[in-house]
Design a protein around this ligand. Sequence first.
Ligand SMILES: Nc1nc2c(c(=O)[nH]1)N[C@H]1C(S)=C(S)[C@@H](COP(=O)(O)O)O[C@H]1N2
Ligand SMILES: [Mo]
Length: 508
Amino acid sequence: MTTDRIRGGVAGLVGAGLAIGFGELWAGLFRGVPSPLASVGGVIVDRSPAWLEDLAIGLFGTADKAALAIGTLIVVLVVGWFTGVKAMERMWLAPVVFGSFALVGLLAAVGEPFSEPIQIAVASAASALLGLGAWYGLSQWAVDPTDGLADDSARRRFIGLAVAGGVGAVAAGVVGRRLLTNLPTVETDAGLAEAGARIPAPGPENNLDVPGISPIVTPNDEFYRIDTALVVPRIDPGSWSLKVHGMVDRELEFTYDDLLAMETFDQYVTLACVSNQVGGDLVGNAAWTGIRLADVLERAGVHDGAGQLVGRSVDDFTVGFPPELAVDDREAMIALAMNGEALPLQHGFPARLVVPGLYGYVSATKWLTEIEITTWEGFDAYWIPRGWAKEGPIKTQSRIDVPHSGDAFTVGDPVRIAGVAWAPYRGIEKVEVTVGNDDEWVEAEIADPLDSRAWVQWVAQVTLDEGFQNVRVRATDGTGTTQPSTPTSPRPDGAQGYHVIRIEGVPT
Ligand SMILES: Nc1nc2c(c(=O)[nH]1)N[C@H]1C(S)=C(S)[C@@H](COP(=O)(O)O)O[C@H]1N2
Ligand SMILES: [Mo]
């Protein structure tokens, strides 16, 4: 490769980096400008087949968004490099490609909720021009067009500029991402805080004193996050409203203040993701404060023959479940607070649905803006055409938190196996573990449940033989049904099977 082509490549790379870095910076600074990486990523997700989406969640879990953003960034940088190389001979290529970047970013971004097209147009044009300017400066101006980098001072100038451009691009990108991902905590309304204060704190009877076991209540900032929103919606509660419509006698609309003025209640509910693998961590337990969904539906007057409650988010994500489950004694809720604080932005501020016993993908709409009553056949929610079951009751699961696979213990010494088990709303009746391949199950001690809707902590004591052996766990729910042993994958309606770890017994 000639130095000319390298010069072109570096110019294109730095230009593309600056364009994307400043694109992220504008997004961090202005509410109406979505992140270009996230919005382009979003278009990719929307257009990609279901299996690819699953693969991404499977591979990257809660980091799937970061993985997508990094992938998009790499593509942009590679395109920038080759554009720069080719533009050494065909200069017109650079403005065409940088212009296309701006256009793609613009088109992707205007599809995002709360985006401001004018702001986006200005931001993408500014970013693309900056990138183009850097490319021009590096490939044409910094060095003599005929001598290229032959001359020492030209080389120094080129390298200096390239480094400055690169540092600027990284700095802008990092600051932009920080501003985008370091979400501010929202202020908790005084009434909500008061309501939150009445939640009974877990006592020693609910907690087993085992190092490494999952805390019985998952702190908000450790709660798993799963959603299709590449940019967390930041809703102004002052202009937000929740509409109830469809097969109802009276269409209703609630402002945030309307909801705050209604009677609230609280309950511990364990939320689980259908994508959770056996032993996985897409599950958490929190105290939720909110309004009974039944109260709202009673005011609206649901028609006979209604077969589905559809929850719609500001970002067009949807869920659907039978309306009977909204009014039975599981006490489905419109949650406003999580562990005594207003819902964090990433967990659905200002309001979300929480339906005990149902996986999140059919029920737990964050950034809720509409409740529509329709027929069961009349609508398929977001994940249904993507190959997931239309009904999503949470399967009974148990997980070993400690010890970890690979840990070693002295043969014959007591070893404490501990973890959590959940079957929200059915409750957990029994947890058992077994060591090795024999079918002798040891019953675990279970802490008092906070609620039949919440997970429980359990601990069992075993001893090991010499060598590696499997430890398996299984739970029996409140209806007396034990987890099936046959493993299945999460798709279409949730993983099942026993969680297994492999630990070693070593002689003294
Ligand atoms: N608006 C919106 N709500 C959503 C989702 C989503 O993608 N968008 N994902 C659902 C899924 S699949 C799950 S498992 C839960 C996760 O809730 P959490 O992120 O608060 O843990 O939210 C549900 N609510
Ligand atoms: Mo989920």
